[in-house]
Write a protein of this length. Structure first.
Length: 244
């Protein structure tokens, strides 16, 4: 286990129940003595991800006892107003497609900006100074609220607006999905990889049927394609054997 980078700092992880946020949670648990989690119900089509959160947290406490003492309270916040705005493939039952502006219609305008604002408000009240999110500019769908420049600007705005010294950490910002699988293995070994495969959720369509080598999902939506292809590249780079 990696020693905490700043034992006095507490972290709040944006934890959706997906692969990326679970990897970020493990990353935070390896670094901070106090880690809490926050999730958001915003009317997402793949709301099944919310049902994954509590079992995942329980499994991390059980299977990784060296992290259990650091893993604190979980917070679930209702942000249904996002879903009420509608007109995206993540909040309405419409086909996933590219838009005229070059962004996929899975982009939910303002989602991450609102998530970070609410997370900072919770962190303020909980005495936590580090916000950890799974935003990624390297292997993503082009979302502008996942870019490094956006995160830097949000950190400045939150610090000014709340008169606090928050630090936004994005461990996956420059990783592709294969490197994200590798990071999970480096943090928690094969046990964490197995947990991510079986218990996290990424599929935009909420498909929770067949368990593939890379996890549950439809296998064809953009989120599944990224996860499946990243898993294949990672396994190829490590000799092709499944996690033992």
């Amino acid at each position: 286990m990696q020693a905490p980078a700043d034992p006095s700092a507490g972290a709040l992880v944006l934890f959706s129940g997906g692969q990326d946020s679970t990897t970020c949670l493990a990353w935070a648990l390896a670094r901070f003595a106090r880690v809490e989690t926050i999730g958001f119900a915003y009317g997402q089509r793949h709301a099944v991800e919310l049902a994954c959160r509590a079992p995942l947290l329980a499994a991390l406490r059980r299977d990784f006892p060296h992290w259990a003492g650091a893993l604190g309270d979980d917070h679930l916040v209702d942000l249904g107003v996002i879903g009420q705005l509608g007109d995206t493939a993540l909040t309405d039952t419409i086909a996933i497609r590219m838009q005229d502006d070059g962004l996929p219609n899975t982009f939910v305008p303002g989602r991450n900006l609102l998530f970070l604002t609410v997370a900072a408000a919770v962190a303020y009240r909980r005495g936590l100074t580090v916000l950890v999110g799974g935003m990624c500019e390297t292997d993503f769908s082009g979302y502008p609220d996942c870019r490094d420049d956006t995160m830097k600007a949000m950190q400045l705005a939150l610090n000014l607006g709340m008169d606090r010294r928050f630090r936004l950490e994005t461990p996956l910002m420059w990783l592709d999905k294969a490197a994200t699988w590798a990071l999970a293995e480096s943090l928690g070994g094969p046990a964490l990889v197995r947990r991510i495969v079986a218990d996290t959720h990424t599929c935009y369509l909420g498909e929770r049927g067949e368990l593939h080598a890379w996890g549950h999902g439809c296998g064809t939506c953009p989120a599944c394609e990224l996860r499946r292809n990243g898993y294949a590249r990672w396994r190829a780079a490590t000799g092709g054997a499944p996690a033992a």
